[in-house]
Design a binder for this molecule. Structure first.
Ligand code: SAM
Length: 331
């Protein structure tokens, strides 16, 4: 274990042989890492622990689905994988066998220790024992530094997020990663089905909101699989889904100021029940007069009874640009 420059508590594991181990082919890893109910209950009993619901500790126990999650990420040997929520390290070992490097973050010190034992044979894993997020709006700087170091260390390294995400922080993790300097090329994640529905939602539906617009503006989104509660231990109360997001730099390039757009989308959906006009007047109360807001809405031919949830993603982008131009013109 070592303390990095940034104070990151990190472990880089050494492989005793010359070749990187392959999770599937190695009898040792295959035996150790079969994350079944009996394996997990035995391991938790050995260390005298129970899964902590506060940290979203629902472990994926269907081995085929763990493989589907990893396979859907389409990893290559140049990939640098970010995993949030190491757990016992089961998915981590599968990822480490396929990618150049894995950076995995675990908030729970007991699980971190368990994972350390499991992942000992791997030399390409950086483990961080900490909260991945500084707060709901920001990633922890030590995680960002580890990503930066990891990507720079691999020639042609491409960052990808692959994770069975802790449900309580899945939204800020996905949403904030899209605002980071190094944005993952893809994100392949297990999340609550309800969250997947919100990300995939179309206008005029109850699930359509700021998250749908923000993510669809920057990514292509594919629903890989809906999963029943029974594929996790302990069983969550709700269904889950594997979602694959592909970041589209061309979509990003069509949004001149992504931070402005992010704030705009959030504020436009803040009062869902209100008409768009009153939401916009309130959002721009320090920058624009009511007639100036009306002028922007008129340019988009949006009447007084228009609501944000009726606007397609492309219309939200157009509207944002008109507001941005109006604000800029006054400053
Ligand atoms: N990767 C394992 C698997 O596939 O079964 C565990 C996934 S479990 C759903 C989520 C994991 O994320 C737990 O181990 C939990 O302790 C960890 N976790 C929860 N909140 C976290 C946070 N803010 N930062 C880092 N890890 C977190």
């Amino acid at each position: 274990m070592r303390e990095s420059r940034a104070g990151i508590r990190a472990t880089r594991f050494k492989v005793s042989g010359t070749d990187q181990p392959n999770w599937i082919d190695s009898p040792k890893m295959a035996k150790q890492n079969r994350q079944t109910v009996s394996y997990l209950t035995r391991r938790f009993k050995e260390v005298g622990l129970n899964p902590n619901a506060r940290h979203g500790q629902n472990f994926l126990i269907d081995l085929n689905l763990i493989e589907l999650l990893a396979k859907s990420a389409q990893l290559t040997p140049d990939d640098v994988v970010l995993e949030i929520g190491t757990g016992t390290g089961s998915l981590t070992s599968l990822l480490a066998a396929q990618a150049a490097r894995v950076i995995t973050v675990e908030i729970d010190g007991h699980l971190y220790q368990m994972a350390c034992e499991e992942l000992e044979p791997f030399e390409n894993i950086t483990m961080l024992r900490q909260d991945a997020l500084k707060n709901k709006n920001r990633f922890d700087s030590r995680v960002l530094e580890a990503i930066d170091e990891g990507v720079k260390a691999v020639d042609g390294g491409v960052l990808k997020l692959v994770a069975n995400l802790p449900y309580n922080v899945a939204t800020p993790i996905i949403s904030n990663l899209l605002r980071c300097e190094i944005v993952p090329a893809t994100m392949t994640v297990t999340i609550q089905k309800e969250l997947a529905d919100r990300i995939l939602a179309a206008p005029n539906s109850k699930d359509y909101g700021a998250l749908s617009v923000w993510i669809q503006s920057l990514c292509d989104v594919e629903l890989i699989r809906v999963m029943s509660p029974g594929v996790f231990w302990p069983r969550p109360k709700v269904e889950s889904a594997i979602l694959h997001l592909e970041h589209r730099p061309d979509k990003r390039a069509s949004i001149p100021d992504t931070e402005f757009f992010h704030q705009f989308v959030r504020s436009m959906f803040f009062h869902r029940r209100k008409f768009l006009r009153s939401v916009a007047i309130s959002a721009f109360k320090n920058e624009l007069t009511k007639p100036e807001v009306d002028q922007v809405l008129a340019e988009m031919e949006l009447g007084p009874d228009a609501r944000t949830e009726q606007l397609a993603v492309s219309q939200m982008q157009q509207l944002c640009e008109l507001f941005r131009a109006a604000v800029k013109a006054k400053s």
